[in-house]
Ligand binder design. Structure first.
Ligand code: PLP
Length: 286
């Protein structure tokens, strides 16, 4: 089997899966999701993704009718049915189904949807360079919750694609006119300045990325000081090294920002960090 979809107990190929139109995920994006990569049927950092998924459900008041162990068992079972080496494992829960009213339906029963789809993970693919553009962050103060409501991110990713770059990185304009870099449309963003790894703090303006946690651990393991603090777009533009992370791309070096060369020392301290992340992933999923 080359892919698999699951919806409330039904299993089929993704292209054959039918979802009822009354699912509130369809009307409102009323749900949350998470995703990781599986290799050799081993899901990377599953416990961390499940913990975040539970925090996301809690934040939007969705009460699951399954336990963490039951979901882990389901994801592992579905992942064991596919035959290629590496897959993306995606799961989402919506509040339930019902007529279209904004307030919650009475006695809503959550809808659980899972997909396992082929994905290439190689050292070569994980070491490519990235070009980014920047945009003002006009998203809500719920960026820490992994909700299905990704329209601003989708539009930013599309503008990046149309501009011929790989990712849009957001900055907010503060009351005093200064800027604050938050994150990418589907990545976290970091910089190295004077030998220190600098990354935005995990408040309501960014998604607390799982790859970010592994990156900070890798930096500490390599003896690199870590600063979790707000930083400006100007600091990003003049940083020694700039990079983005996510569970799917791991860590990608940024070589240009808004058409200007970025990260004057691109690679010096970043490459050992990236190697450590890639080695960890291949080791955990061997
Ligand atoms: N920020 C946003 C907005 C994202 O959508 C993602 C991943 O999808 C990330 C950051 C990175 O998170 P993770 O490292 O858990 O994949």
């Amino acid at each position: 089997m080359n892919n698999i979809a699951y919806y409330n107990g039904k299993e089929s190929l993704l292209e054959d899966m039918m979802i009822p139109a009354t699912d509130r995920g369809y009307y409102f994006g009323d749900g949350v999701y998470d995703a990781t990569v599986v290799r050799h049927h081993k899901l990377f950092a599953l416990d961390e993704h499940l913990d975040r998924f539970w925090r996301s459900m809690d934040a939007v008041i969705i009460t699951p009718d399954f336990t963490k162990d039951e979901l882990a068992t389901l994801l592992n079972r579905l992942s064991s049915k596919v035959s290629n080496e590496t897959y993306m494992v995606y799961w989402q829960v919506t509040r339930g189904s019902g007529e279209r009213h904004h307030s919650f339906p009475k006695d809503a029963k959550p809808n659980l949807f899972v997909t396992i789809t082929p994905m290439t993970v190689t050292r070569e693919a994980q070491t490519r360079d990235f070009r980014i553009q920047t945009e003002e962050d006009i998203r809500s103060y719920m960026a820490h919750v992994k909700t299905l409501n990704l329209l601003p991110n989708v539009l930013s990713a599309q503008r990046a694609a149309e501009a011929g770059v790989d990712e849009t990185v957001y900055y907010r304009i503060c009351a005093d006119g200064s800027t604050r870099v938050t994150e990418g449309s589907h990545t976290n963003v970091h910089m190295i300045k004077d030998g220190k790894l600098v990354t935005a703090p995990t408040d309501k303006l960014i998604l607390p990325g799982i790859a970010r946690v592994h990156l900070l651990q890798a930096a500490r393991d390599l003896g690199m000081p870590v600063e979790e603090r707000a930083f400006t777009k100007e600091e990003l533009l003049t940083a020694d090294e700039v990079f983005i992370t996510s569970s799917l791309l791991f860590a990608g070096r940024v070589v240009s920002i808004d058409g200007q060369a970025a990260g004057q020392k691109a690679g010096e301290l970043f490459i050992p960090l990236r190697e450590r992340l890639i080695d960890e992933w291949f080791e955990e999923t061997k």
